[in-house]
Design a protein around this ligand. Structure first.
Ligand SMILES: Cc1ncc(COP(=O)(O)O)c(C=O)c1O
Length: 401
């Protein structure tokens, strides 16, 4: 071991596979290849105009100092008002901690809850960063294998089966990255009955896509259940996806004041606060972004309805209709066991790699999400490029033997 060997802890962290693919795609583009990336986890439309203007105003008014570690009061108030309106709750600003994007919020929240050895349950397929963050917190990921029959959703039976006296957090993400499926209110009601029986179990409800749903204003929620489990629930949300603000780095957690207060202490010693300018922009997005959001949802729904039949027309690909977000979860296991040129396709990693190398299309393998039969396709991509990418996938699969 040399003087410059990184710590054991940091060596255990793998770079996010989605970010690795995005940078690989950028490399190929720099070499002049016509790469189409269907791996993007962010909107392809710009930040809402109202948010941009508020950011510019914040700079012009020299609103460029540190802010409170948990965020400025007007932002926390806007978040609380929106949440109370969505779920008929009574949160106040002391229930809210704002931080540097949804991902850091999840870290700050889990760090504030978990002790080493605690178990964190997550249904498969799960967002790839959850297990990585759980690992950083020295806790243990319990991947709960779901099935296609339940649209990859957790059922009360599965949940009960995996609960132990070490279970501390259940992570639910609806609509889901990567599947785009969401839990109905009835399904959540059934889960809530089990959760109520285990008061030590806290729920991290990752709502980052909950306004990007096609049949609801806001996705159904555990806070709306007949069984009151509000004390056990922690919401995670942010402006990244709904308001096309991934680079502004604003996310938040809402829940019990003790834990939220602990997040404030943690954040004060790690990031100090998130960006002052972004906080002003986020206030504008939340208060004034509603009309734009309706337009964006329409655009996304049209894209979903355009892409779905094209994908399902390919022999060897099967996709169910997603309810929200901008992902399709495509079963490509029909291609496994086949060969492309002289390479055998044994799983989603092979599928994604050969597709990128030979047809310059980037998709995300399902493997790191916990389901190797699938790939994730993002349709936050303009229609004509989407069509071209699907044609290439079709050619790729047709050339297998
Ligand atoms: C399921 C899920 N949760 C949280 C996040 C974090 O979002 P942010 O960009 O605000 O960190 C993402 C981003 O990809 C996500 O897909």
């Amino acid at each position: 071991m040399s003087e410059l060997t990184p710590s054991n802890k940091v060596q255990q962290i793998e770079a996010s596979p989605t970010l690795v693919l995005v940078s690989k795609a950028k490399e190929l583009i720099a070499q002049g290849k016509d790469v189409i990336s269907l791996s993007v986890g962010e909107p392809d439309w710009p930040t809402l105009e109202v948010a941009k203007q508020a950011g510019i105003e914040a700079i012009n008014q020299d609103f460029t100092n540190y802010t409170p570690a948990r965020g400025i009061a007007p932002l926390r108030q806007a978040i609380v008002d929106q949440t109370n309106n969505d779920f008929k709750t009574n949160y106040d600003i002391n229930n809210v901690a704002v931080a540097t994007g949804g991902k850091f919020v999840i870290y700050s929240l889990l760090y504030s809850i978990l002790n080493p050895g605690d178990e964190v349950l997550m249904p498969t397929p799960f967002w790839v960063s959850y297990p990585a963050i759980v690992g950083i917190c020295e806790a243990k990921t319990v991947a709960v294998k779901t099935s296609k029959n339940s649209q990859f959703k957790l059922t009360p039976e599965l949940l009960e089966k995996h609960l132990t006296d070490k279970s501390r957090v259940l992570i639910l993400n609806s609509p889901s990255n990567p599947s785009g499926f969401l839990y109905t209110q009835d399904e959540l009601n059934d889960l809530a009955k089990v959760i109520k029986k285990y008061p030590r179990l806290l729920v991290l409800s990752d709502d980052i896509y909950n306004r990007l749903t096609f049949d609801y204003d806001v996705a159904p929620h555990l806070l709306n259940c007949d069984t009151d489990i509000s004390k056990q629930i922690f919401i995670v949300n942010g402006v990244s996806k709904s308001y096309a603000m991934t680079g502004w780095r604003i996310g938040w957690a809402i829940g019990d004041k003790n834990i939220i207060g602990a997040m404030g202490a943690f954040q004060s010693q790690t990031t100090s606060s998130t960006v002052s300018i972004s906080q002003k922009a986020a206030v504008a997005a939340i208060l004034k972004g509603g009309d734009e959001l309706i337009k964006i949802k329409k655009l996304l729904k049209n894209r979903r309805d355009f892409v779905l039949p094209l994908l399902n027309a390919i022999d060897g690909v099967s996709v169910s209709k997603p309810d929200g977000a901008f992902y399709m979860w495509a079963d490509v296991s029909g291609c496994y066991g086949k060969s492309f040129n002289d390479s055998k396709i044994n799983g989603s990693d092979d599928f994604a790699r050969l597709l990128l190398e030979n047809y310059s299309v980037v998709v995300v393998p399902g493997n790191p999400f916990g389901e190797d039969d699938y790939i994730r396709i993002s349709y936050a991509v303009k229609e004509e490029r989407m069509k071209e990418a699907i044609d290439r996938i079709h050619s790729f699969i047709s050339s297998m033997s």
